[in-house]
Design a protein. Structure first.
Length: 435
């Protein structure tokens, strides 16, 4: 019994230590972020000119509102004390290690914070969130929108924070995160674009959410998917094969977009937007579909070639994306040595129905100009972001080839016939001479 209680006490002590270690380590890993405070400049005559001002600011992040207060924070000389904020983020989204690189590292996370104006949305899949049209008193406060990017180049965060009017103590109300802000995928494979959100469950704005995925490429945009989480309704869209995991969405705020089969026309920017009543936050990510080419050579096999003859060989690269390709030729002799043959005559590209490209190159191989020996491999080389591809054909130069068995037999045969002929002629002459 005493043994048991000792063990019990010890494990309790261990557990307490563990919890303390955990909480102190998590609080110490929350960063102090240098951030640009960007706001629109009020123009002359009171209108907005569209110009912005940019000031340095400092964001102290904490997960627990009871940790040190804003008054205790000192502003560095180059930052105005009004631009030093204390942000409470219970979900610790802003405490991610890629926002907190080791001291002295050159790479810094990117951060920008702007004043934010809560407003209802008229979008069909968002409007039900503010149906009551009674804007809560909670909205009367200072609102901010912060956009951050981690040093690993893969984490993107957008947070909406609220500070009681006139204070500098902000609380995170909504955070949207992506861990895949730059993605490459092979053609035809499934792709998951990560997007997750956290909302403050104690906020009066946590009554419902909506999720929207948009695609943008060179100024053109389209809606990929829109979901109203309050009425559990999906908007009609053209994109087949794009879906969400609705269970994960409602349970953990997992708003990741699942593309069943990646296509070339998926290359571009995807934007994940999460709406709460009057609020929205979004993260953008780049998807690039990268598919290396397939190569084919014509003619294949090559015809037997006599030295001095000029051969035309064509290499076609097809089914690749993006349109970044370098085609060239090389020759690998019987001695194993490789020799560049240049790029040949490269044609313009064509685009297939599936968005992939094709391009070809034609090599005029003058066998008299080059020392090609008895022949070797002629190789077409395609260098592409998706990988380097090669295709080869064998070049046989006759006249230089060492005699084969059939050739030797033939030569023996010819020799015999010649011998017989000479014998016959000499016999004919000698016999006619003797007459
Ligand atoms: C979110 O959902 C996607 C698609 O189902 C899944 O691949 C991913 O692992 C999920 N993320 C988390 C954090 O659960």
């Amino acid at each position: 019994m005493t043994d048991f209680s000792t063990i019990y006490k010890l494990s309790l002590v261990a557990l307490t230590c563990f919890i303390q270690a955990c909480s102190s380590s998590s609080s110490s890993s929350c960063p102090v972020l240098e951030c640009w405070f960007v706001q629109e400049k009020a123009g002359r005559g009171g209108g907005l000119t569209g110009a912005t001002t940019q000031e340095k600011s400092l964001l102290h992040i904490r997960t627990d509102p009871d940790q040190h207060s804003a008054e205790a924070l000192k502003a560095p000389a180059d930052i105005h004390p009004d631009r030093v904020y204390l942000i409470t983020d219970p979900a610790a989204t802003l405490c991610h290690r890629s926002l907190n690189p080791p001291r002295g590292s050159i790479k810094k996370p990117q951060c920008e914070i702007n004043p934010f104006l809560p407003h209802p949305s008229s979008l069909k899949w968002v409007a039900p969130l503010t149906e009551s049209a009674l804007s809560p008193i909670f909205l009367q406060a200072d609102w901010f929108s912060a956009a951050l990017q981690g040093v690993d180049g893969q984490l993107g965060i957008s947070s909406i924070t609220r500070a009681p009017t006139g204070t500098k103590e902000q609380s995170v109300i909504l955070s949207v995160t992506s861990k895949t802000i730059s993605v490459q995928a092979r053609l035809g494979r499934p792709v998951v674009l990560d997007c997750g959100f956290w909302l403050d469950p104690s906020s009066p704005l946590s009554s419902g959410f909506a999720v929207e995925w948009r695609y943008q490429f060179r100024g053109n945009g389209r809606l990929v998917l829109a979901y109203d989480g309050k009425t559990d309704r999906l908007a009609d869209t053209q994109d087949e094969g794009a879906s969400l995991d609705f269970e994960g969405l409602h349970q953990n705020g997992n708003a990741s977009l699942i593309l069943q089969e990646s296509k070339v026309l998926h290359s571009g920017t995807f934007i994940c937007t999460v709406y709460l009543p009057y609020l929205l936050a979004q993260v953008a990510m780049e998807l690039e579909i990268v598919e290396p080419p397939s190569l084919s050579i014509h003619p294949s096999p090559l015809p037997l070639t006599v030295p001095g003859q000029t051969l035309t060989i064509q290499c076609e690269a097809s089914g690749f994306a993006p349109l970044t390709l370098e085609l060239s030729w090389e020759f690998i002799g019987a001695d194993g040595k490789s020799r560049p043959l240049g790029s040949g005559r490269v044609t313009g590209h064509r685009q297939a129905w599936d968005g992939t490209f094709s391009q070809s190159t034609r090599l005029e191989l003058d066998t008299s100009k080059l020392d090609l020996g008895r022949g070797g491999e002629v190789t077409c080389v395609a260098v592409h972001p998706g990988g380097t591809r090669r295709a080869s054909v064998t070049l046989n130069l006759i006249g230089f080839s060492s005699p084969s068995i059939e050739d030797s037999m033939a030569m023996v045969g010819v020799a015999l016939v010649l011998y017989g002929l000479i014998k016959f002629i000499s016999w004919t002459f000698s016999s006619s001479g003797s007459k």
